[in-house]
Design a protein around this ligand. Structure first.
Ligand SMILES: [Zn+2]
Length: 297
């Protein structure tokens, strides 16, 4: 394997009005993959439909979002809400559904160059997240009757709090989050949480991952994994201090994706956060995740 399917659209980008989220990283990641000659088949996503969005979100909240209306449900976010931003995130959510489908069809990894917006709750926004595409992709696959057991492996710097609550009472979905403990957000209860100290570094981060990820896959036996591969545990990140090196992040990806590959479990990779002082470092981390998935690293 030298490439994996990619889901991407130039319409993932929107004017975030100076927000810290480097939305250009999506385009830059695809450009870097292309420049290195390793870009896989690119699939253009369809926007998530209202019916799909209602698999996760409440109608009242979706009405506010669709109208770009500032209400207590939407104003709990830390990002502007414009029709353009709404459209970009609905498309990105459709991309996560598409990546899940491609992973299942190909019996291997597929990447949405977008998504991973794990702080959105069923009925309100949080952080930089309006639509929980992680939950949406999982629910869409479950609702199509394609599978019964899923695991969410969330390795973003921040806890997957929205995802944890959305699946709290769902025995079919195992939620795992490894994150910096003393940091945004207010923690919710995943099926398994590993909250790490600040300045953890590779040596503190990797052992619990090595221990828990294979155990989750063997005990819960998911037929599909949603891998939230945030770049923000990186040492050069501006929002946190988990202090992983580039090599440590590659090892993280190998642990998660290698454990899936060994067991024949398809994985949808969702990019989530990444706020390195130099956006090119964030892009390097995402490209490395792609390379690990494609067997190039
Ligand atoms: Zn994050």
């Amino acid at each position: 394997m030298k490439s994996i399917p990619i889901v991407y659209s130039s319409q993932y980008s929107a004017d975030l009005q100076g927000h810290v989220f480097p939305i250009e990283k999506y385009r830059l990641t695809v450009e870097r993959l292309e420049a290195e000659g390793i870009l896989g088949d690119v699939h253009e996503p369809e926007p998530a439909t209202r019916e799909q969005l209602e698999l996760v979100h409440t109608p009242e909240y979706l009405d506010d979002l669709a109208a770009a209306r500032w209400t207590p449900r939407t104003a709990s976010s830390e990002m502007a809400l414009t029709p353009e931003i709404y459209r970009a995130f609905v498309l990105g959510a459709g991309g996560s559904i598409r990546a899940a489908r491609l992973a299942l069809e190909g019996r291997g990894p597929a990447m949405n160059v977008g998504g991973g917006l794990h702080h959105a709750f069923a009925d309100h926004a949080e952080g930089f997240c309006y639509i929980n595409d992680v939950a949406l992709a999982v629910r869409a696959m479950l609702s199509e009757g394609r599978l019964e057991r899923v695991a969410v492996i969330d390795c973003d710097l921040h806890q997957g709090n929205g995802t944890a609550v959305i699946f709290a009472d769902d025995a079919n979905v195992f939620t795992f989050s490894i994150h910096e403990e003393h940091l945004y957000p207010v923690k919710q209860k995943s099926d398994l949480d590993v909250g790490l100290p600040s300045f953890a570094g590779d040596d503190v981060y990797l052992p619990p991952l090595r221990k828990y990820v294979p155990a989750i896959l063997d005990e819960h036996r998911p037929e599909f994994v949603a891998y939230v591969a945030g770049a923000d545990p990186y040492a050069g990140d501006q929002l946190g201090t988990l202090q992983l090196s580039l090599e440590g992040l590659i090892e993280r990806d190998r642990l998660v994706l290698g454990s899936c590959r060994e067991r024949g479990i398809p994985a949808a990779i969702l990019l989530a956060g990444g706020y390195a002082a130099r956006t090119e470092d964030t892009v390097t981390i995402h490209v490395n995740t792609y390379k690990v998935a494609a067997g190039l690293l």
